[in-house]
Write a protein of this length. Structure first.
Length: 454
């Protein structure tokens, strides 16, 4: 009987799919006819202006007389160039992610005492509430850590004595709780996944309050708690570069959309995590890694420029890999000449590649970055294209021996402070529920009595 039910369900679902395809079509030409800004983007590729922000700024081009002029990319947090932050941390040989969190959340660079106090607070808040680890993570493990993270963040609502208040004091309290505890949640979700789904030994390490965010995460996910200073500093760099990217990216906008309804912090951040999970957003670096494996399988000599170029051309023609016609890690909605995050991360990627024996693979990435814009211009007519941060972020994580299933969760950990800053701004100054318009193109129809329907 069970087998019959499965067959009936399969048949019914296939039939319903056909019904939906026949009755819910939208003619592609309608989008132009009604001047629909698909993806909330203008016809010239720029984003539709939906709000104002002090949190972050992404610069990639100049508009002059309605024409987009390519420019070097620049990313700033609260007006401070992220490249300057990175260079200062390197010069002083220190970790910088906590400083970035403070800057994004409070709108100013901290004094040394303010930073020390903030780091001590974040470190002290890393442990999860009593019973949370066992009840919310270990008893209900998930094969997808992003899914588990979203559920865990939502579960924090039940452990909060004042979950719904949207006053500034409460949102700041919840924000600090989130970016203190989310790395702990991810580490435990990974250990549960590795044990219950992959058959590996279960390692549960308590968070260490005195460590930086990057050090603590490596400490918690590794069986022996060991990591090098280079590994921790490179992970810290990746977290700095992923902390914020303006209000227009999908997950930050999702945070604002949910926040504009007056909903609670945990619901808004869980929605952002769901957005980031998508392969067109935070999951793109895993797509890059899969694409690289396709290059390895189909190109005999990774140093052969012509062979690599030919494979790039094939992929652009939707001939191979996932048949999408995309070169993952190449191109960006805003950056034209360069992605400043890529510039910084590539330097460390090369250093890591040298130390870990992955220089041959690094050269393949560099070759893809070099060749794709020219080939893309020949085939698609787009003159300017640069590598985005996803091209090298997965490779960096690989060199750090971070498992692929943690690539996107690492992005979520890094972006937590940026999301919380956007939520605060939206609640304080947004003022209206975000509600774009959709035009119905269904047309009128008559109600037909059920006995007369075909």
């Amino acid at each position: 009987m069970e087998g019959e039910n499965k067959e009936y369900l399969k048949s019914a679902l296939e039939q319903w799919c056909s019904v939906i395809e026949q009755n819910t079509q939208i003619e592609p030409g309608y989008y132009d006819n009604y001047k629909v800004k698909r993806g909330l983007r203008n016809s010239d590729g720029t984003g539709v202006l939906a709000g104002l922000t002090n949190v972050g700024q992404v610069h990639g081009y100049i508009m002059y007389e309605d024409e987009m002029i390519p420019d070097d990319g620049k990313l700033s947090y609260r007006g401070v160039d992220v490249t300057d932050i990175v260079m200062a941390c390197e010069k002083e040989n220190r970790f910088g992610y906590e400083e970035v969190c403070y800057l994004l959340l409070f709108g100013k660079l901290p004094t040394q005492k303010e930073l020390d106090d903030f780091k001590a607070l974040v470190g002290a808040m890393r442990p999860l509430p009593f019973g949370f680890r066992e009840d919310m993570i270990m008893k209900t493990p998930s094969n997808d850590i992003m899914n588990k993270l979203a559920r865990s963040v939502l579960s924090m609502y039940s452990y909060d004595n004042n979950p719904d208040s949207t006053d500034l004091y409460n949102i700041i309290r919840q924000s600090i709780l989130l970016f203190s505890r989310v790395p702990t949640m991810v580490a435990y979700a990974y250990q549960a996944k590795a044990h219950y789904f992959d058959g590996k030994s279960l390692y549960i390490h308590n968070p260490q309050p005195e460590l930086s965010m990057a050090e603590n995460f490596l400490y918690m996910i590794r069986p022996d708690n060991q990591y090098t200073d280079l590994e921790a500093k490179v992970l810290d760099l990746a977290m700095i570069l992923h902390a914020e990217h303006g209000g227009g990216n999908n997950s930050a906008f999702t945070t604002r959309v949910v926040s504009s309804t007056g909903s609670d912090t945990y619901s808004a951040i869980a929605a952002a995590i769901g957005s980031l999970k998508g392969p067109k957003h935070g999951g793109a670096n895993r797509k890059v890694m899969a694409m690289i494996e396709d290059f390895k399988a189909n190109v005999d000599d990774m140093n052969d420029r012509d062979a690599v170029a030919n494979h790039i051309a094939k992929l652009l023609d939707k001939d191979g890999f996932d048949h999408s016609g995309l070169i993952y890690g190449m191109g960006h909605a805003i950056y034209t000449k360069s992605d400043p995050r890529t510039v910084q991360l590539k330097k460390k990627a090369e250093e890591l590649a040298d130390v870990t024996g992955n220089m041959k693979e690094f050269k393949l990435y560099s070759l893809i970055e070099e060749l794709t814009p020219e080939i893309f211009a020949e085939k698609k007519g787009k003159k300017h294209m640069c590598a985005n941060v996803d091209l090298y972020s997965g490779f960096v994580y690989k060199c750090l021996n971070i498992p692929p299933e943690l690539y996107t969760p690492m992005f979520a950990i890094s972006r937590m402070a940026g999301w919380c800053a956007h939520r605060i701004e939206e609640v304080m100054y947004g003022g209206r529920i975000i509600r774009p318009a959709y035009k119905s193109v269904c047309g009128a129809g008559d109600y037909v009595p059920i006995k007369d329907r075909a």
